[in-house]
Design a protein around this ligand. Structure first.
Ligand SMILES: [Zn+2]
Length: 271
């Protein structure tokens, strides 16, 4: 599933390819992918240019020079592909923005869980959907306040987009591993210093992921992600056998809040 680091990579790709070009037409293969009806969408966007992008969690917002704001949600497998009209349409490009320049931006929707539509304004949308500030920009005070409002295990609290936006399942496991906090720790038991460790671990994990353009195999060896089956890792010798980077014990797998969870029973103890 595209997580915050992938969506940030798409945002940068969008900025590098698709700004300041007049939209001539929009082709939509399946209206179910739209959260705004087709007539309203085309009326708002045709003749306009995309001028600015903003990402909050897994939501990508793109503002046009005429005011309307378009929201992309990448679902399970969404992606973007910019290409020239002279080459065939990419596979699964179910929504295509055709620019007057002869180039197109395809919204790749393999499994049709992706969505696109207009939003009135970004702060109102976020408030209605109860989406907290983005994980890369949230302040320590805001994060601490949002954690302390909830009484539960820390892992599900961090996965809740109303605590902080953009933290998915593997990210929270690596955040708690880096912060040396057990995923089942109760939020009420966390000290201010521990919440501060979580705050800095969020920044570390996300900045590392974005720096490597979400190529997880490139992460430093000190990350837990190498123990996950799906992450192609160059550190097969040690970590495929699930040895913690601490070298003392195997990484354990369990279910926390109904989600597959990896942790080190020595690095992340419950006091
Ligand atoms: Zn360990």
């Amino acid at each position: 599933m595209p997580e915050l680091p992938e969506v940030e990579t798409y945002r940068r790709y969008f900025e590098a390819t698709s700004l300041h070009q007049v939209i001539e037409a929009i082709e939509v293969e399946d209206p179910k992918l739209l959260t705004t009806d087709y007539a309203t969408l085309t009326e708002a966007l045709i003749g306009a240019c995309f001028v600015k992008t903003q990402r909050v969690g897994k939501n990508l917002f793109v503002t046009t020079d005429q005011g309307p704001i378009l929201r992309f949600h990448f679902g399970m497998t969404g992606d973007l592909e910019y290409y020239h009209s002279s080459i065939p349409r990419p596979r699964h490009a179910r929504i295509v923005f055709i620019f007057r320049s002869g180039f197109n931006l395809g919204f790749i929707c393999p499994r049709k869980f992706e969505r696109i539509g207009l939003v009135e304004d970004i702060p109102t949308f976020l408030k209605e959907k109860k989406i907290a500030p983005d994980a890369l920009t949230i302040s320590l005070e805001q994060l601490s306040h949002n954690i302390r409002q909830k009484k539960s295990m820390i892992k599900p609290i961090l996965l809740d987009q109303s605590t902080v936006a953009g933290i998915g399942n593997w990210i929270v496991d690596d955040v708690l591993f880096q912060a040396k906090i057990h995923p089942e720790r109760l939020s009420q038991s966390l000290s201010n210093e521990e919440i501060e460790r979580i705050f800095f671990a969020i920044k570390l994990v996300l900045e590392t992921a974005i720096e490597h353009e979400a190529n997880y195999g490139m992460f430093p060896k000190s990350f837990l992600i190498h123990a996950r089956e799906w992450a192609p890792s160059p550190y097969e010798e040690a970590l495929r056998h699930k040895l913690c980077p601490c070298g003392r014990v195997e990484i354990q797998q369990s279910q926390v809040g109904g989600r597959t969870t990896y942790f080190c029973p020595l690095c992340q103890t419950i006091p």
